[in-house]
Design a protein around this ligand. Structure first.
Ligand SMILES: [Zn+2]
Length: 216
């Protein structure tokens, strides 16, 4: 049994649970999406699962809300989640469901036996329902069977950005330090003028001659 982590509760007050491997891929997918879809049912539900889900939510699986998403966001969800190694389908009232999306991972995470059958149906271009009809969404080509590694070039670009910023910060700090040094020197010379004038009776002209070459 994998380590299962709970993240809050769904709209029906049930714990939202999934394995660490699943959440990691989910987080990456949400980052790619730029938004986090609302989860209306999690995984590892045991007997508490919605009956229409059969046993597909006994391991890693999620149901997502769709009515709060635009057409464009829904299209993005199909592409992004399928591109991150999930079998993902929108489910419709015409199929006997409340409108939602159902998603299960491949064997790279911890799907239940029922979810694994759906995963296989997905690989076979089917819809994952009892009628075994054809898949009706965009499909990656080739199909993505596990979450992609983080793009190393994107990592490099990010690191480069960080280094550039660091260098800019250091340069700015250097300028600040130079300025502070100069201010300190100026104060020092001003004090020196006062001391020389008061202690030795030097005139401004004399001081200009003595200090003129030295002052910053
Ligand atoms: Zn579901």
């Amino acid at each position: 049994m994998p380590t299962v982590i709970q993240r809050g509760f769904d709209s029906s007050g049930r714990a939202i649970k999934a394995s660490v491997a699943f959440w990691t891929a989910w987080d990456d997918a949400c980052e790619a999406l730029g938004f986090t879809p609302t989860i209306v049912q999690g995984g590892w539900v045991g007997d508490g699962g919605a009956s229409a889900s059969a046993d597909t939510h006994d391991g890693d699986a999620l149901d997502l809300r769709l009515w709060d998403r635009t057409e464009d966001e829904r299209r993005q969800m199909v592409r992004t989640l399928r591109s991150h190694g999930f079998a993902y389908w929108e489910r419709y009232e015409s199929q006997g469901f409340d409108l939602h999306a159902h998603l299960v991972p491949g064997p790279w995470a911890h799907p239940s036996p029922g979810a694994l059958r759906q995963w296989q149906a997905y690989l076979d271009s089917r819809d994952g329902l009892a009628g075994n009809a054809a898949d009706y969404h965009w499909r990656p080509d080739p199909i993505v069977t596990e979450p992609p590694e983080e793009d190393p070039m994107a990592d490099y670009a990010e690191q480069l950005d960080r280094i550039e910023k660091k260098v800019a910060d250091l340069a700015a700090a250097e300028v600040e330090r130079d300025k502070a040094d100069k201010d300190r020197e100026r104060r020092l010379f001003a004090n020196l003028r006062v001391i020389l004038k008061e202690r030795f009776g030097s005139t401004d002209a004399e001081l200009d001659e003595i200090l003129g070459h030295l002052e910053p």
